[in-house]
Design a protein around this ligand. Structure first.
Ligand code: GRF
Length: 200
């Protein structure tokens, strides 16, 4: 990175284990990703990804949903939490909430997600079992831009694996995770280049 170039600022949203967050942190540490994670936000206080963030010296915040409040109210709170960090990109890494239209518009073209299937096939939950039940020959992971529609939006990168005869949902999940950890940092690195293109 040139001296006067500002870092490409990421805000990573999680709900659980945070292995994709870890892959992003590791890629930055390894010099493979020219970005900085400014903040990690979880909707769950129990998310292990919060520990991973703290371990890496990253600000970790819980924005817990409040009973009786609407999705829009939650997302407004999320926007207010994010604002001081002025992120260039919102990275959804296992964030198990659907974002409202207002939130998506506030960060138009600046929110990406990773989904464990070869989109547009197998949107939604339980992708590994559904792929097995359907007898598919291939499975994989997709990084895509986020729109108002669930698991929709322009595809940035996919990784495909061949399903083995002895695969079950658990083995598939593990193998897909390995692919996710490769393609998510790579996709973000591509987007840092896009930022430079826009500036120059
Ligand atoms: C990943 O499988 C991702 O595709 C899905 O949620 C999972 C998150 O895993 N959206 P982790 O918390 O990054 O380990």
């Amino acid at each position: 990175m040139k001296k006067n170039e500002s870092p490409f600022k990421l805000a990573v949203l999680i709900s659980g284990e945070g292995s994709n967050l870890q892959a992003i942190i590791d890629a930055i540490d390894a010099g493979e990703l020219n970005a900085s994670v400014e903040v990690v936000i979880s909707n769950k206080a129990s998310a292990n990804g919060l520990n991973r963030a703290k371990q890496a010296g990253i600000t970790a915040v819980v924005v817990a949903p409040v009973k009786g409040r609407t999705r829009e109210e939650y997302d407004q709170c999320l926007l207010e939490t994010l604002a001081p960090f002025t992120p260039d990109l919102i990275v959804l890494a296992g964030f198990m909430r659907i974002l409202s239209a207002d939130f998506v518009h506030a960060f138009a073209d600046k929110i990406i997600n990773i989904h464990p299937s070869l989109l547009p096939a197998y949107k939604g939950m339980d992708t590994h079992q559904r792929v097995l039940d359907a007898g598919e020959p291939y499975h994989g992971a997709t990084v895509h831009f986020v729109t108002e529609k669930l698991d929709d939006g322009e595809i940035i990168i996919q990784s495909r694996i061949k399903i083995r005869p002895d695969d079950d949902a658990e083995s598939l999940q593990k193998r897909v995770h390995v692919e996710e950890h490769v393609i998510y940092p790579r996709a973000i690195q591509w987007l840092t280049t896009r930022k430079q293109d826009l500036v120059n």
